[in-house]
Every structure is written in structure tokens, then in C-alpha cells.
Design a protein around this ligand. Sequence first.
Ligand code: PHE
Length: 348
Amino acid sequence: MSPFDELEQVRADALDALTACTTLPALAAWEKQYLGRKGQLTRLTRAVGTLPKEERPTFGKRANAIKQELTAAHEARLAQVKQEALSKDLAQGAVDVTLPGRPVALGHLHLTTQTLRQLYAIFAQMGFEVYEAPDVELEAYNFDLLNIPAYHPARDMWDTFWVRDEPHSEARRLLRTHTSPGQIRAMRERAPQPLRVILPGKVYRYEQITTRSEHQFYQVEGLAVGRTITMTDLIGTMHQFAELFYGAGRKIRVRSSYFPFTEPSIEIDTDCILCGGKGCSVCKYTGWLEIAGAGMVHPVVLQNGGYDPAEWSGFAFGLGVERPAMMKYGVKDIRYFYGNDLRFLRQF
Ligand code: PHE
């Protein structure tokens, strides 16, 4: 038989054999036998070298055409066999189409987000709207307009991440060290209307990371400006917050403090949620937990915000987010909030 005839013979045999294949393993064996590296067609194709030169192109062309034909025929047969197998399975009831699907693993909100939303809800009840301010802030908003000039020692209270792109610019930028610069932004947008906002968001400090402090954390700032606002309003708001967040019956304690942008300034504690004031390791045996820095908005800050301090007054407070969540949920280490450890996250 000439190699040309052999080629046609292999083709005919292969097509016959293919129709006889009714299972996937049979099809795989067929593929190996005819199209495989050591298959019949492949072996024949290699015989091209034994042919006279002028016949080689015709032979090669034909061999290729057959290879393509067989490959396509194999694919078609494969699809057919699979389809038949499926129909058979279905007819036998092997596939129970009423079985529920595999559940998709659902995530949930991060403890920080959950805590933030609790805070939003609590302050919404008291008429505070959420006001967003930028994380990358102008130096003037973070410091100067809040009554903290460059020479002021209070700048040392915040170790700062500076943005390096404009070192000599008037408009130096930094990662905000607190949410208080949002006070200026909110006031400048709303003046001379009364306002009641909370300013949530991340703040950044160039600090040693420990179990109690991170270089980034959340704060929720509060600001109320009106014509008759007094310290009593501030204390009442903080008491209400303590009861709604930590539970009914909470007491608060007010201590005097210092912030450049409030006058007078206070620090607010709540009686320890764990021991109720008797003293324990959570409150370090003081019976009290610090919950906020606060005070009456400094007249200079009111003015910088566009309000005449002779007519307007206001209060401001700054709450942490992670620390209250730590107290409420018994989290011992603030680093868990940023560790992305599912064993931690799944607990909440
Ligand atoms: N910005 C202050 C801080 O980060 C907290 C604060 C806010 C104090 C508002 C008073 C009024 O420490």
C-alpha cells in the first residue's frame, strides 16, 4: 500500500472506530491511538521523509487535513457522549435538581464599622448629621485654624505624618492627626446657620504601636453650634451617649483638661462598664473609663469657622472608636483591628 493509501485507510478506520466509542475512557483511548504522539496518524506523517520530494507537499497537506478532520470529529463525538451520559443520569434520577446550592460564604461588617454605625445611630437620635472631611488635610486646618500656631507647644501633642510633595508650600499637607479639622470645614460650609454634625474617620499619628495605640485609628468628632449652647448641653449629650452606647444607668464624670480649640476644655469618663466603679483591671482600679475629650468651642475657632463668637457658641467632643469597642467587647489588643485575622473578625 502506498503511504497515500495508508493515510486514507487510517482515516477510514479512525472514523469507524470513533462511532463505536460510547464512553469517555474509550474516547480517550481513541485519541491516543490515532492522534497521540505515538498514534497511527502521527507515525504515518513522519513517513513523509521516505517519499520522493515532489510528492511530499501533497502528502503533508492531506495528512494535515485528515488530522484536523479527526480532531473535529473527536470533539463532536465527545460532546455527544457527554450529553448522552447526562441524559441517562437524568433519566435515572442521578442528579437531584432540587438539592440546595452550595452556600456562598458571606462576610460581615468589621467590628470598627459596626461600632461606627452604632455611633451614627446614637447621634442621629440627637439630631447630629454625619459630615465627611478629608484624611489628607491642610496644615492650616489641622493646626493653625484650630488655634494651634506653629510655635505652640500643643503641636507636640500630635506626632505627625507629613505629605512630602510640597515641602516649602504655604499649603503644606499632612495625614490629619485628629478629626477636629473637620470642624472648620463644616462651620465654613454652614455659617451662619446653626449646625449639629459628627465627623467620623481615620486619623494618623506617628506613634509607637502597642496593645493600646496604633499609628492609625478612628475618631468620631462632634460639633454643635447655636445661639444658646452651653456646657450643660455638652454634658447632657455625653451622658446620653454613655447610656446609649454602654448601657442604661451609666454615670459620667467630668474632669477639667486642656485643648487649644476648646475653652473651657474637659475630659469625660464613664463609670467602668465592667466593675461598675468598684475597680478592676479594665479601669486600672480607678472605677472610671475615659470616653472623650471635649469642651466649648474656642471663640477664635468659632471665628475661623465664620461665626461671630459674640452671638454664637458651641461645643465639640472627640470620641475614640476602637477603644470604646475594646471596652464594650473585651478586646485586649488594638492591633487586632488592623490584623485581618479571621479568627478575630469572625467573633463579632
Ligand atoms: N481632637 C482632640 C484629640 O484628638 C479631641 C477633642 C475633640 C477635644 C474636640 C476637644 C474637642 O485629642
